[in-house]
Write a protein that binds this ligand. Structure first.
Ligand code: NAG
Ligand code: NAG
Length: 302
């Protein structure tokens, strides 16, 4: 059991009240020292730095730090002026040095795209694991992701279709962290139950990145973001958690990333040599079954 999680748990119980969330419903707003926070795949973030936008929206960054989000189909557009609080607390900064310092990432397989090529597409099926027995307000985030670890473009960024388990149950949601410190997500798709196969993909095309999170009924959480000169040179298949306080907060048994395809910009299929260096606990085990299959499991030894 992680000491910092126990401490965090006690702190949260002591100081947090959960307020009614306006938008989206899966956000649980926590009031800490009078400020509103939201739990995200990047840790607790100020609510004003988390944006839920209609599915299919396109996110553009400007050099002045403003972010413009547009969705013609939904007749939606929004300009976010540069927000110093968000810029200052941009969690993507923590991705820079080493992902291992990024609190929350546990079990993962990762791979660097070969230097002379670029990522074009990364897709995978995710098998939804069993629902955890423990109900401790834990947050489990399973995702494939890409990051520009080479420092290219305008700041570090992570793009990810995130299969989430929280008190609200299972849901699947496309996220980008964090242009100008804004964590942007499209509304989650629900109707997800254990043993479903859901589909996630990240595609880089004409300097736009499209993130798809799709349930077995074909419902999507879809987000497109400007690449802004970033080269997504590092990919991972991951479990990230927050507020896990006992082993029962993890599912029993496996979660599987399967039929993973990594397409490079020259059109070839890569054969990733996945590395597994993530921290784990509760008999956690990340297995590279083959270049297209990674399993993550806890509470089970075999
Ligand atoms: C789109 O939004 C604008 C401004 O809110 C509104 O005036 C217009 O009627 C809307 N158009 C459609 C097709 O909904
Ligand atoms: C990966 O590619 C194979 C061969 O084209 C395809 O059958 C499989 O469905 C793809 N995987 C995903 C997650 O779409």
């Amino acid at each position: 059991m992680k000491y910092q999680n126990i401490v965090l748990g006690i702190l949260l119980i002591a100081s947090v009240t959960i307020a009614e969330s306006l938008n989206p419903s899966e956000e649980q707003v926590k009031i800490i020292d009078g400020e509103e926070f939201v739990q995200t795949p990047y840790g607790l973030m100020l609510r004003e730095c988390v944006q839920n936008v209609p599915s299919g929206s396109y996110v553009q960054e400007s050099e002045d730090g403003s972010v413009f989000i547009i969705n013609d189909q939904k007749n939606f557009s929004k300009r976010l002026e540069r927000n110093e609080k968000c810029v200052k607390n941009n969690p993507a900064r923590k991705l820079k040095d080493s992902v291992k310092q990024f609190d929350g990432w546990l079990d993962y397989g990762d791979w660097y795209v070969p230097e002379n090529t670029k990522l074009s597409k990364f897709e995978s099926f995710y098998s939804v694991p069993n629902t955890p027995i423990g109900k401790n307000d834990q947050y489990l985030f399973y995702f494939i992701a890409a990051q520009n670890n080479d420092n290219s473009g305008s700041g570090h960024s992570v793009i990810q279709p995130v299969l989430s388990y929280t008190l609200e149950g299972w849901y699947f949601q496309s996220w980008n962290c964090c242009p100008s410190g804004q964590a942007i997500n499209a509304p989650a798709v629900k109707n997800i139950t254990p043993h479903d196969q859901v589909y996630g993909s990240i595609e880089v095309k004409n300097s736009q990145i499209t993130i798809i999170s799709q349930n077995k009924f074909g419902e999507q959480s879809l987000l497109t973001v400007d690449s802004n000169g970033r080269n997504f040179d590092w990919i991972a298949a991951t479990l990230e958690t927050y507020h896990v306080i006992e082993c029962n907060d993890y599912p029993f048994g496996k979660m599987t990333y399967s039929q993973m395809n990594v397409t490079l910009s020259d059109g070839t299929q890569a054969v990733p040599q996945w590395d597994t260096t993530g921290f784990t606990e509760c008999a956690g085990n990340t297995k590279i079954i083959d270049p297209k299959t990674i399993t993550i499991q806890h509470n089970f030894r075999d």
